[in-house]
Design a protein around this ligand. Sequence first.
Ligand SMILES: [Zn+2]
Length: 190
Amino acid sequence: MSNYTEDWMKKEYTCNGCSWSGNGGETARGIMYRGTFLELTCPTCSEFLDVLILPAEKGCAHSREGLSEEQLKAKEAEDEQERQYREKCLASAGQLPELSEGEITLSWDMEQDQTQIRNGETVIWNEPVVYEGFDRFEQVAVILKEKYGSRLKDLVPTDRSKLFLYGDYEPSLSYLKKVRKELFGVDAEA
Ligand SMILES: [Zn+2]
C-alpha cells in the first residue's frame, strides 16, 4: 500500500495480468472506498495493481470552530475512543515476545472483538479487531517482520478472521496476497 503523496504518480507499476507497465499517473483508478482508499488497476486489462491510502482528515483545533457544545462533546468522546484504540494497537517490535529458534509461521486470527496473532496455539499479540482491516494487517505484518526477520515465513489469516479482514471490499483479497508476496515471498491463495 502506498501512502498518498504526489509521488505515487511517478511510482512504477508492472501488471501481472498482461505486459503493461507504466507509472501511477497512467493507471486506471477505481472508486474511492470508505473515502480513504483509492484502487489502482491496469489500464489495459483491469488487473489489480495497488491501493492508495488517502490522508485522513485530522482532528485539529481548527475543525472545532462552529461546533455546538453537544457536537464538541461527541467529538471529544470520539477522540478519546480513538486514543484508547491506538493504545491497544501494536506499535513497535519491542512489544513482541522473543520466540525460540527456527522458522516461524504466524496466524492472524480473530476471537470475539480481538485480532489475535498466534504462534501455533500461543497468542503472542492481541488488539481490537478492525472491520476490513487489511491495511492494519499490513502494518502488523511489517512490525512482525521487523521483530523476527527472515525466520518469519508467513502471516496466515485464519478462516474465521477472513470475513472481517476482507469485508465487502473485493480488492482487499488481492491486496493481502500482494503484502504476503512482498514481505514473505509467499504465493498465497485467497
Ligand atoms: Zn494488465
